[in-house]
Design a protein around this ligand. Structure first.
Ligand SMILES: Cc1ncc(COP(=O)(O)O)c(C=O)c1O
Length: 386
């Protein structure tokens, strides 16, 4: 990997485990055909990998039926399937100000077509109060959709409490698990989740271009796309049953194979152990940055209910300039700007200074990386005019 220090794991995990690269290469050369379309051996092998990946993801989310695990191209795709498939003009939806544009923009488009939407703000520590969500329930509220773990400030929302309120009120509850899947426990039964949208290329350690959603049994998501499924081709309408209901066209088999290898890597080490190791580094990073004069941290001292993502600014400096110096002078990759979450920055007051600098820690980061990053920020901050 050279001497680059990669701290942009919130955008995508990099590098991937070696097993992901080798399995994708092996799979695509050996079985890279269209699964579920024919009965020859290669096709059956490809389908077996797709099915086994469905099973592993279903068990990661504590689901009951692997056929309710539908593949999509990323979480944006999955979130669009959920929102456009659940909401109709005249419905009301509740979301939060901690959302990514993958939720905000579909909701904005739906609101232009007659869906009313409320956005609940997060509190000073970065958490959404479930009671604030419940207060906004209306007779026509159909969906509550919440970002499980923030891609800007790293806080993990109390989804079980929100889910319980929704279930009691008969309202669908969906989470955007883009940052949390593979890091934080997700349990569709215990957390009262009706739909979970995930992406394969972040904490699940797979490649880009693969994601999906788990839909709880009994939950109806209307089809908003239709096409070939390889099954019962004489039928005029797209199939009703999951997973075909929300899958259309040839799947990203090579992506599924990479995700399969990423999942096996996580299972072998234990999701909890990986998360704990990252949080040890997050603690070092947070405390290191907190000790630098002129650094404004958007992260509480208490790192409970947190993932290893945190944001900061250097007083008197543009976040983009800090990122450029990190890259050019220190060979550290990080993300700057609004991180596709404009309402977070509006609420933090950072929108007008064009966002913040974000570090995202991954399983291949080390204490040495964190030490270099903290010293880099210290040197950069010492140059700021305050
Ligand atoms: C919270 C959150 N939601 C949604 C997304 C979108 O993920 P993807 O680009 O894989 O669809 C991201 C990725 O940055 C994210 O962090």
């Amino acid at each position: 990997m050279g001497k680059l220090i990669y701290l942009d794991n919130g955008a995508t995990s990099y590098p991937k485990p070696e097993e992901v690269y080798t399995y994708m290469d092996h799979f695509y050369r050996s079985f890279g055909v269209n699964p579920g379309r024919s009965g020859y051996d290669l096709c059956l092998e490809a389908a077996a990998t797709v099915d086994d990946t469905r099973k592993r993801l279903t068990s990661l989310f504590h689901g009951t039926d692997p056929n309710h695990l539908c593949f999509s191209y990323n979480s944006t795709d999955a979130l669009n399937l959920i929102m456009f498939g659940m909401l109709r003009p005249g419905d009301h939806a509740i979301s939060t100000t901690i959302e990514h544009n993958s939720v905000l923009r579909p909701l904005y488009h739906l609101s232009r077509d007659g869906v009313a939407v409320d956005y609940v703000p997060f509190d000073g520590a970065g958490f959404v109060d479930p009671d604030e969500i419940r207060k906004r329930f209306r007779p026509n509220t159909r969906l509550v959709i919440v970002n499980h773990a923030s891609n800007v400030i790293g806080t993990v929302q109390p989804v079980r409490e929100i889910g319980r309120y929704c279930r009691e009120a008969g309202i669908y509850f969906a989470i955007d698990a883009s940052q949390s899947a593979g890091k934080v426990p997700i349990d569709v039964e215990e957390q009262f989740l009706d739909a979970v949208a995930f992406t394969g290329h972040k904490s699940l350690l797979g490649p880009t271009g693969i994601g999906g959603l788990y839909v709880r049994e009994g939950v109806e998501i209307r089809q908003t796309r239709a096409g070939g499924t390889g099954v019962r081709s004489a039928e005029r309408a797209h199939l009703e049953e999951y997973p075909f209901r929300l899958e259309y066209g040839t799947p990203n088999v090579c992506g599924i194979a990479g995700l399969h290898a990423g999942l096996k890597w996580i299972e072998a080490r234990g999701m909890g152990a990986i998360h704990e190791q990252e949080m040890v580094l997050a603690r070092l990073l947070r405390d290191g940055l907190a000790g630098i004069p002129g650094v404004i941290l958007y992260c509480q001292e208490n790192l409970a209910n947190h993932i290893a993502v945190l944001a900061f600014n250097v007083q008197g400096m543009d976040a983009g300039d800090v990122g450029t110096m990190m890259d050019v002078d220190y060979d550290i990759a990080c993300r700057t700007g609004l991180h596709c979450a404009p309402l977070v920055h509006e609420q933090l007051g950072t929108a007008k200074i064009r966002g913040s600098v974000r570090f995202g820690i991954g399983p291949f980061n080390t204490e040495a990386h964190i030490a270099v990053a903290v010293e880099a920020v210290r040197e950069i901050a010492s140059l700021a005019k305050r």
